[in-house]
Write a protein that binds this ligand. Sequence first.
Ligand code: ATP
Length: 299
Amino acid sequence: MITVERLTKRYGPFTAVDDVSFDVKPGLVTGFLGPNGAGKTTAMRVMAGLTPATSGRATVLGKPYAALPNPGRHVGLLLDASAQHAGRTGREVLTLGAILMGVGRHRVDEMVELVGLTEKEANRRVRNYSLGMRQRLGIAHALLGDPEVLILDEPANGLDPAGIRWMRDLLRGYANEGGTVLLSSHLLNEIERVADEIIVIGHGKIVAQGTKDELLAGAGTFTRSTDDDALMAALAEQSIVAQRTPTGGLQVEAEPIAVGRVAVAHQIVLTELRGADSRGLEEMFLDLTADAAREEVAA
Ligand SMILES: Nc1ncnc2c1ncn2[C@@H]1O[C@H](COP(=O)(O)OP(=O)(O)OP(=O)(O)O)[C@@H](O)[C@H]1O
């Protein structure tokens, strides 16, 4: 469990994280989604005790990270995959970690195998690793102490599609066994495919949070009918907002059941009726973060 309460982080006059509160629950994968510069890394660094908060607090398993005894046994961190010592081999990095955390050396072999690094790769110096290999090593290091909580900053960066799928399965299995996972990304589809809960951050502020299903439901309904004009008019009578989509059909700001009822009442035949898919969530994400994204582009 991670609890973030009214967390604010300022760098001089600039507020990177602005009065942010959320819980990350065990048994679930929670996605921390936001455009570049939204404040994800800063918030995670505070959670990991690497940056002090200006106000508010973050606790992991009920304590500030720094107050956890042998924190690596409780919290696995992947905050910067490039931060590993470039002159050491992957195996050396993990062996040192195992010694520091007081876990058996057998964990090193297990983790190398788990993350899919070959024996040859594990014995290569980190400076010769690709970004994807560094991410795998970072995940191996995060899991070394068999922690209850994982905090991963952009873990999919640099992974190829097979690697992304592997990571998704790994995190799903970890959460299914009761683990707590917080992972950040600036890519909606990455988060959408793995997360049970989603926290969206833009310009240092939480702009949306909830279960994926809730956020998808909030994205409305997609429907097609044999007479979209009549359906639009019927929906408008009920003050339900609908818009045509560029590919045909209607995007409706209501639950599918409400749209179905209107169609039945007006004897309009629906040929498709479903909760809006990721396109809906994507539009919501782009909308929610538009200001932050624009400022980032302008900066
Ligand atoms: N040490 C620092 N001093 C001053 N400003 C900082 C510092 N660290 C981060 N910032 C600023 O805080 C804001 C949030 O940065 P942060 O790295 O937390 O964003 P992010 O959501 O993780 O983005 P990205 O996906 O690009 O990593 C950015 O505008 C960044 O420039």
